[in-house]
Design a protein around this ligand. Structure first.
Ligand SMILES: [Zn+2]
Length: 180
């Protein structure tokens, strides 16, 4: 499947609104997409840097379904994170299931890196109505009764937890909240 720049790039300069824009450089990205049980699917995405003839602004439009820096589509990433957080499936089993049912080839370590890097974003999208809850989810309660915040892969300072509550969201996933 091929996607040209013109299918997703804005038709006018995002800075001044002029329609007089020209492609300066371009390249192709090959990205894995969810296939099916027998067919492996790849997307050939054309990425171009435009320059505005009017204000000289240079910009590189990003396709919303194919995040920059990832060799896999947003659908694959979201499927993997949903299997992990909603169904409590391990990275190794997610890699096996993606290969079996969607013909997506990947290493389990790629999924673990997504879990590390994208947990916060995923939690925020899961708790759109109550974004502050996402931050509460993103804390860890230790067996010794202390807790800490998990920033983006960073462990925060440990504090004593006086009172906490746990709400079961799905098998293996609990929403923990506490006050410090
Ligand atoms: Zn412009």
């Amino acid at each position: 499947m091929k996607i040209s720049t013109h299918q997703y790039a804005p038709k006018a300069c995002p800075s001044c609104g002029s329609g007089e824009i020209a492609i300066r450089t371009s390249h192709k990205r090959t990205i894995s997409e969810l296939g099916n049980i027998i067919t492996e699917l790849f997307v050939e995405l054309h990425v171009a840097t435009f320059e505005c003839e009017n204000c000289r602004n240079k910009y590189t439009p990003q396709h919303p379904d194919y995040p920059k820096g990832y060799e896999y589509s947003r659908s694959i990433i979201q499927t993997a994170l949903s299997l992990h957080f909603q169904d409590n499936v391990s990275g190794n089993r997610i890699a096996a299931q993606l290969a079996k049912y969607f013909s997506v080839q990947m290493l389990p370590k790629t999924i673990y890196s997504w879990i590390n890097a994208l947990t916060e974003d995923f939690m925020k999208s899961e708790f759109k109505a109550e974004p502050e809850k996402a931050l509460e989810v993103y804390k860890a309660l230790m067996i010794d009764g202390t807790g800490f915040s998990l920033g983006n892969k960073l462990l925060g300072k440990k504090n004593d937890v006086q009172l906490s509550s746990a709400v079961k969201l799905s098998d293996g996933i609990y929403l923990l909240t506490w006050w410090e």
